[in-house]
Design a protein around this ligand. Sequence first.
Ligand SMILES: Nc1ncnc2c1ncn2[C@@H]1O[C@H](COP(=O)(O)OP(=O)(O)OP(=O)(O)O)[C@@H](O)[C@H]1O
Ligand SMILES: [Mg+2]
Length: 316
Amino acid sequence: MNSKNKKQIYKQDGRKYIDTEYVPQDPKHREKEITQISKQIIEFIINRVSGSFLIYGNSGTGKTMSFKVAMSVAQAYLSKNDPDRKDHKMIFVTAKGTDITPLMTEICRSLDVKAPSRGISFKDYINLINEKIQKTYVHICIDEFDNLLSRTREKAEDLIYYFTRTERLSLTIITNRINLAKEIQDARVFSSLNTLNSINFRDYDPAQCYDILKERTNMTFNPNFIYDNVLQTLSKHIAIEGGDIRKGLSVLGLCAKYAEESNILTITPEIMTDIIEKYDILKDGEKPEKTINFRKADSGSDIFTPFNKSMQHTGF
Ligand SMILES: Nc1ncnc2c1ncn2[C@@H]1O[C@H](COP(=O)(O)OP(=O)(O)OP(=O)(O)O)[C@@H](O)[C@H]1O
Ligand SMILES: [Mg+2]
């Protein structure tokens, strides 16, 4: 692969826009959701009430992204309209791959509360947080909450109970378990979770997937790398599978990797179909860019492992 080709596929600084961690400034098709979330955060903070807000929807439908954008919208509104009242804090933590203790330690760290990272009970953490928030108001968002519920149900339920009943504190829970509320076994906890105060991130339809992926493609790649009909094939597939934009971005990243390694400048419909198929056989948790290798065979011809057979008709 020569560096000239790399330049021709990607726009200057384009790579960052295909990264799934990139947060778009003004995401399409989630305007209503972002407005609703930011209004909710502002309401909690201005009225200084305790309570909860539930965000649910399938994977890759923009929940984390929308909350992050809503948090900056709320912050901008509060700084402009309430400049003298800086006594609030918004905290965003994720429960992915973590247990209750590291999560509580992280929440404490974000609040500048000195807390040991082990050896104290959940209730002790709550007490430490309580002391700190006597002088302030805190909104905490816990992303990927279902992980916590699977790992340590009782403690996750305790967390909901205390975080929704502590004065000067409110909680947003983000989950992709649509029925999270039904899974809660403790009736006290169930009643503290205001399930009516929730927002469902509906799956994106094919046209929405196309708009979103088109925008990211335009920001990332030079024109002619992926033509509209090829992007439409990807968008339809993504929509059928539940609208996971993260997967769409990963497939686009794999297209670029394939093009770089094969020295081509345009993704044909056949290549796109093969890359989608290849992606679909990955197991949960496998990182596509690590697992899928586009390597040269000993003979010197390009092969697309292990889909080398299916790639033959593409002519590469
Ligand atoms: N409307 C949109 N506009 C632009 N990018 C989007 C949009 N929706 C989702 N994305 C992108 O798709 C990727 C996945 O979004 P996000 O991480 O917010 O999904 P999620 O709903 O939190 O998924 P999960 O449940 O797996 O955590 C991100 O890179 C995000 O920027
Ligand atoms: Mg998320």
